[in-house]
Ligand binder design. Structure first.
Ligand SMILES: NC(=O)c1ccc[n+]([C@@H]2O[C@H](COP(=O)([O-])OP(=O)(O)OC[C@H]3O[C@@H](n4cnc5c(N)ncnc54)[C@H](O)[C@@H]3O)[C@@H](O)[C@H]2O)c1
Ligand SMILES: N[C@H](C(=O)O)[C@H](O)COP(=O)(O)O
Length: 332
C-alpha cells in the first residue's frame, strides 16, 4: 500500500517552501501532500529557478506518488504577501491553519503521518500577543499534544545511530528544575519505552538517563534532584520492567563507550541533549513526537531566514524526517 504523508511547509518567509520545492525535484514511493499556499510554492520555485507543477490533492483519490517535477498540494491561502527572509506576523494564522489541517487530516485517516517544515515560534507568539512567561505557541510538539488532547508527549531527535529524548521541552531554563518531577519522568519514560517498541522494533530498549546537575549531583553536594526525584522515579520504573540506566553525569553519558550499549538516551532538558545530537548529525536527523495518536516527524533545524530563497538550504533533514515517518507508518 502506498503511504501518504502530509508535509506542512512551515513559516512562509523561511526555508520551508524552498525545501518543498526541492522535494518535488525527484519522485518518491510515498504520496507526499504539501499543505501550503500553492502561489507561495510557485513563487519560491521561480526564485530558485526550479520547475514545479502543482497537483491539487483530493482525499477521495487513492494514494498516488507524484512524478519528478510535480507536487501534490492541499491548499491553504496566505493572509499577506511573503518576502523570503522577512517575517510577517500577518501570516501566522496561515501557519497555524496548515498545522490544524495536517493534524485533523491525520486523525481522520486522510494521511498516515505528518512531517513538518520549520515554523518561527517568535513571530507566531508576536501575532498571538503572548509573552516569554506564558507563550501561547511553544512549538509543534506542544501544539499537536494539545490538538490531539493527550496529557504528555515526548520530543525525541534521532539520527540513524543516536536517539535523544527530552524530559522537558520548550521551557525557560529558570523553570526547568521545577519541571523535573517524578511524575513527569515516569510519564515520559513510559511513552519513550512504549514507542521505541512500537515504532522502532526495539523489544526491550536500553535507555541511558542523564542527571540534571553537574556530575549527576555529586551525591547531593551539587544539587539534590538526583537523590530526591530522579533516582526514586527510575527505580519504580525499573520495577515496571523498563530498562533505564542512570542518572548518569550528562557530560560523559554521550561518549561512545556508554552509547554503544544503549538504544536511546533521555536528557532532562532541551539544551542538555539537543546540542549533542545536532553536533553529531545536524542535517541528518529527524525530530519525532512520541506519545501522540498520530505519527509526526520534523526537520532538525529552524526557519533559517538567512537562506530562504537562496537555493542554499540543505533538504537532508526533511528527507530523513520523511523516511522516519514512513518507517513508523510501516510498523502499524
Ligand atoms: N521544527 C521546527 O519548527 C523548528 C526547529 C528548530 C528551530 N525552529 C525555529 O526556527 C527559528 C530560527 O531558529 P535558529 O536560528 O535557532 O535555528 P536555524 O536552524 O533556523 O538556524 C541555525 C543555523 O543553521 C543554518 N541552517 C538551518 N537549517 C539549515 C538547512 N536546512 N540547510 C543549511 N543550513 C541550515 C542557518 O542558516 C543558521 O546558520 C526559531 O524561531 C526556532 O524556534 C523551528
Ligand atoms: N526543539 C526543536 C529543535 O531544536 O530542533 C525545535 O524547536 C522544534 O520543536 P517543535 O517540533 O516542537 O516545533
Amino acid at each position: 500500500m502506498t503511504i501518504r504523508l502530509a508535509i506542512t511547509a512551515g513559516e512562509p518567509a523561511g526555508i520551508g517552501p524552498d525545501l518543498c520545492v526541492q522535494l518535488a525535484q525527484q519522485a518518491y514511493a510515498q504520496q507526499l501532500v504539501v499543505i501550503a499556499d500553492p502561489l507561495l510554492l510557485q513563487q519560491r520555485a521561480q526564485q530558485l529557478r526550479l520547475p514545479l507543477e502543482i497537483l491539487e490533492f483530493s482525499p477521495a483519490c487513492p494514494a498516488t506518488p507524484a512524478a519528478e517535477g510535480q507536487l501534490w498540494v492541499a491548499p491553504v491561502a496566505l493572509q499577506s504577501e511573503v518576502v523570503a527572509g522577512q517575517l510577517n506576523p500577518d501570516n501566522s494564522h496561515y501557519v497555524l491553519a496548515t498545522l490544524r489541517l495536517a493534524a485533523q487530516g491525520c486523525l481522520d485517516g486522510q494521511w498516515q503521518g505528518i512531517v513538518t517544515a520549520p515554523v518561527h515560534k517568535g513571530v507566531i507568539n508576536d501575532a498571538l500577543g503572548s509573552n516569554s512567561d506564558s507563550p501561547v505557541f511553544s512549538g509543534h510538539t506542544e501544539y499537536f499534544r494539545d490538538y490531539c488532547g493527550v496529557p504528555e508527549v515526548v520530543m525525541m531527535l534521532a539520527t540513524s545511530d543516536l536517539k535523544v529524548a527530552l524530559v522537558t521541552t520548550h521551557l525557560p531554563l529558570r523553570q526547568v528544575a521545577d519541571a523535573i518531577t517524578a511524575d513527569r519522568i515516569q510519564r515520559v519514560s513510559r511513552i519513550l519505552h512504549r514507542d521505541l517498541q512500537t515504532y522502532f522494533g526495539l523489544p526491550q530498549p536500553r535507555i541511558l538517563v542523564a542527571g540534571l546537575n553537574p556530575h549527576a549531583g555529586e551525591d547531593g553536594h551539587l544539587g539534590r534532584e538526583e537523590l530526591d526525584i530522579i533516582n526514586p522515579a527510575l527505580e519504580s520504573l525499573r520495577q515496571e520492567g523498563i530498562n533505564l540506566v542512570g542518572p548518569l553525569p550528562a557530560d560523559t553519558l554521550y561518549t561512545p563507550k556508554l552509547l554503544d550499549q544503549a538504544d536511546a538516551t533521555l536528557a532532562m532538558y532541551h539544551d542538555q541533549g539537543l546540542p549533542v545530537l545536532k553536533f553529531h548529525g545536524f542535517g541528518r536527523a529527524a525530530n519525532i513526537t512520541l506519545g501522540l495518536p498520530i505519527i509526526r516527524t520534523s526537520v532538525d533545524h529552524g526557519t533559517a531566514l538567512d537562506l530562504a530563497g537562496t537555493g542554499q538550504a540543505d533538504p537532508g533533514s526533511l528527507y530523513t524526517a520523511i523516511d522516519v515517518a514512513s518507517q513508523m507508518a510501516s510498523h502499524l
